[in-house]
Ligand binder design. Structure first.
Ligand SMILES: [Ca+2]
Length: 349
């Protein structure tokens, strides 16, 4: 009755060759990083700022790992550390759309940066509201902007709600968030989605090309003490800061796994080189109501659903309908290639 799963899987597997995602011939890929910095956010931002394939048009701040206020200070210090004050850094939402904010100093240290102190920021915050800045930049560079949300998706959702006309003008959205193999907050939900499921629902249902860099691949991109020793061999202010933060992450996150999952940096890595991951197109819905599953990204691996029709006292299955996939789910990663790229970009900086 049903096609063998392996046939469907094979048919739906798409090996990213980089042809559709790689930096266009006209220059580096224009990105907006929406972030809740955050230790791994900090590593993601420094990776992006040191990668010639990317042109970071803005860093917008969302509350999540830390409060909006702390996150803004951290983002400004990070952009200052990289001597990139020309990049606008803007505050946005102060809390999730509907629920109370959940912060994660438990995982990221009291200051959100693994308790590594940076000098005071030299860069100033941009006065624009982050969702407004996103809207403005998408209209300034139609079909060129890649959004990189690596925190809860509140700011991106607010931008879509305020100006839905940005959706067809965005080149691509690469989300760090979600999972099709269990959660990290609890059994079912990944933190970025759990922290604002209503926002994630809006972002996942907007009709734009969306790549999900979730736990399925992030948990396999482990920065180990061996990688740390490698990065410790070189010197430089960003290099030094990265070593401190990564040591915190390896010590604090790596218990039991052998290394720190490089969630947010991997999303930046996918923006740099889509060939680092293998994706599979799936229909993914964000659960917003389940007692045990609020914030879960529910993936339909076959993109099919049975059609049941009411016949008197019962439903009868009469067909199998095909669903349009809305997400490219990253299902495999070339972790060591990515980790070596990360190290090479920060070495000596
Ligand atoms: Ca983050």
């Amino acid at each position: 009755m049903k096609a063998p799963f392996s046939t469907l899987l094979f048919g739906a597997l798409v090996l990213c060759t980089g042809t559709s995602h790689s930096a266009p011939a006209e220059g580096p890929r224009k990105v907006i990083i929406d972030t809740d910095p955050g230790t791994d956010d900090a590593m993601a931002i420094l990776l992006a700022l040191n990668s010639p394939e990317l042109d970071v048009k803005a860093v917008t701040v969302v509350p999540g790992n830390v409060t909006a206020k702390q996150g803004l200070q951290n983002a400004l210090k990070l952009v200052s550390l990289a001597n990139r004050c020309e990049i606008p850094v803007a505050a946005g939402a102060q809390h999730p759309l509907l629920q109370k904010l959940i912060t994660a100093e438990y995982w990221h240290g009291a200051n959100g940066l693994g308790n590594i102190e940076l000098p005071p920021a030299r860069c100033q915050a941009d006065p624009r509201f982050a969702p407004d800045l996103i809207i403005e930049l998408v209209h300034t560079f139609p079909h060129e902007i890649t959004l990189l949300p690596v925190g809860p998706e509140t700011n991106i959702a607010l931008a879509v709600l305020k100006d839905p006309s940005i959706v067809p003008l965005v080149k691509e959205v690469i989300v760090m968030g979600g999972s099709i193999s269990g959660g990290n907050v609890n059994a079912s939900a990944e933190a970025n989605i759990y922290n604002d499921p209503e926002a994630a629902e809006i972002v996942f249902n907007a009709a734009w090309p969306l790549t999900m860099v979730g736990l399925d691949v992030g948990d396999r991109a482990l920065f180990t003490s061996t990688h740390l020793a490698q990065l410790q061999k070189t010197r430089g202010p960003q290099n030094h800061f990265a070593v401190g933060v990564l040591k915190f992450m390896v010590d604090h996150w790596g218990k039991g796994t052998g290394g720190a999952a490089m969630y947010d940096p991997l999303a930046v890595g996918v923006a740099i080189d889509a060939a680092l991951v293998t994706t599979q197109e799936m229909r993914v819905d964000v659960e917003t109501r389940g007692e045990f599953t609020r914030g879960e990204t529910v993936a339909n691996r076959h993109n099919t659903v049975e059609r049941k029709v009411l016949h008197r006292d019962r439903f009868v299955i009469e067909a199998v309908d095909t669903l349009q996939p809305n997400v490219r789910v990253c299902v495999a990663v070339d972790a060591e290639t990515f980790l070596q790229m990360f190290i090479s970009r920060l070495s000596g900086k």
